[in-house]
Design a protein around this ligand. Structure first.
Ligand SMILES: NC(=O)c1ccc[n+]([C@@H]2O[C@H](COP(=O)([O-])OP(=O)(O)OC[C@H]3O[C@@H](n4cnc5c(N)ncnc54)[C@H](OP(=O)(O)O)[C@@H]3O)[C@@H](O)[C@H]2O)c1
Length: 331
């Protein structure tokens, strides 16, 4: 189902540190578990401590089973290293607290996998007055990335990566409009959850392009992925209108050849985060561990720069001037 291609089962440096957001379930769970089984230190950034601790317990049990089976590439000595850190991306304050806690721990960082996401629920706004899906899927994790980039730059590694888990749903986004990014114009009557989700995934693809422009010549590259259509808890808040159902159906027919397990869904994410041959690769969107095409509007540089500008404006109380200056300047 994964198209026969997968990530290399090659041991990772035991000092490599990887953050996987939303690593307690679904695609993120498999990503965190496999990266840890290949030897890296993994931090799962999750909103529920209970769910995260249960996930870590299950990962450790599953690791023992894989060890028994002598699965290729996984570490054979000791245990996997998976740690929990709390964050709720529906709150910029919580995201900032996560960043401060991580920075003050003195831990190095080599890879950031922005996997946490939601969609297909009813229209909701956050305490920061942003539409919920936009903030969780894009804005808060953009804030996380720009704060953690300096840590990655001063790490000892020459191959640091940011993996943005997007979706082919980005191809069903509305026409990009800078004035509607935050979702203030949305009401229950005009809200189409699937296209709204697509908008958030479009912003992530655009983020890959504007970030890479500024990270050229550094040890960090940004990649984006589409996991496929995966059986996870993703649809748990599904509340579809007729229009939304139509889009879901179109999406399934057009983009999904078959439904994947969470492991199969995670393969592309793990590949983008770990495959040694991707060192220094930028601006590639992967599906089934192969380069895939992004939508033409996501590739529009003017739109990308407009998105970056409004994002920095929305986050101005959460980022210091030097970071604003760096990201405001196109190299
Ligand atoms: N499943 C698919 O078919 C599919 C297709 C294309 C793209 N994707 C993308 O793949 C990624 C993973 O999705 P999935 O299918 O694995 O979904 P999932 O099973 O629902 O997992 C989503 C993860 O995101 C976390 N999350 C949600 N809201 C959060 C918040 N406010 N703060 C922190 N974490 C939050 C969830 O935490 P809780 O457990 O606490 O809710 C969970 O860990 C998402 O970005 C999704 O858009 C999925």
């Amino acid at each position: 189902m994964g198209g026969g291609t997968s990530f290399p089962r090659e041991p990772l440096d035991r000092n490599k540190v990887v953050i996987v957001t939303g690593g307690n379930t679904g695609i993120g769970y498999e990503t965190a578990k496999w990266i840890a089984m290949l030897g890296a230190k993994v931090i799962i950034a999750c909103r529920s401590e209970t769910r995260a601790r249960e996930a870590i317990k299950r990962m450790k049990e599953e690791y023992q089973e894989e060890k028994q089976k002598e699965t290729n590439g996984i570490i054979q000595d000791g245990d996997i290293y998976v740690q929990f850190m709390q964050v709720d991306f529906a709150s910029l304050q919580s995201t900032k607290e996560f960043i401060e806690t991580f920075k003050s721990s003195g831990t190095k960082l080599h890879t950031l996998v922005c996997n946490a996401g939601l969609g297909l629920g009813p229209l909701e706004f956050t305490e920061d007055k942003n539409e919920l899906v936009f903030q969780v899927n894009y804005l808060s994790q953009f804030l996380l990335a720009i704060h953690l980039i300096p840590l990655m730059e001063c790490s000892d590694a020459d191959d640091c990566r940011i993996v943005l888990v997007s979706s082919d749903g980005h191809k069903l986004a509305h026409a990009f409009n800078v004035s509607s990014i935050q979702g203030k114009q949305l009401t229950e009557d005009n809200f189409e959850c699937f296209r709204n989700y697509g908008d958030s995934k479009l912003y992530q693809v655009m983020q890959m392009y504007f970030m890479n422009r500024r990270l050229k010549g550094t040890n960090i590259s940004v990649l984006s992925t589409h996991p496929g259509s995966v059986m996870t808890e993703f649809g748990r808040n599904m509340e579809c209108s007729r229009t939304c159902c139509l889009y879901c159906f179109a999406y399934t027919m057009k983009f999904c050849h078959c439904v994947k397990t969470p492991f199969e869904g995670a393969e592309t994410e793990i590949y983008a985060a770990t495959a040694p041959q991707l060192k220094g690769t930028r601006d590639v969107y992967y599906a089934d561990c192969k380069p895939a095409t992004t939508s033409s509007q996501s590739r529009n540089m003017e739109n990308q720069e407009a998105l970056l500008k409004v994002s920095l404006e929305m986050l101005k109380d959460y980022i210091p001037d030097d970071i604003v200056h760096r990201w405001s300047t196109k190299s």
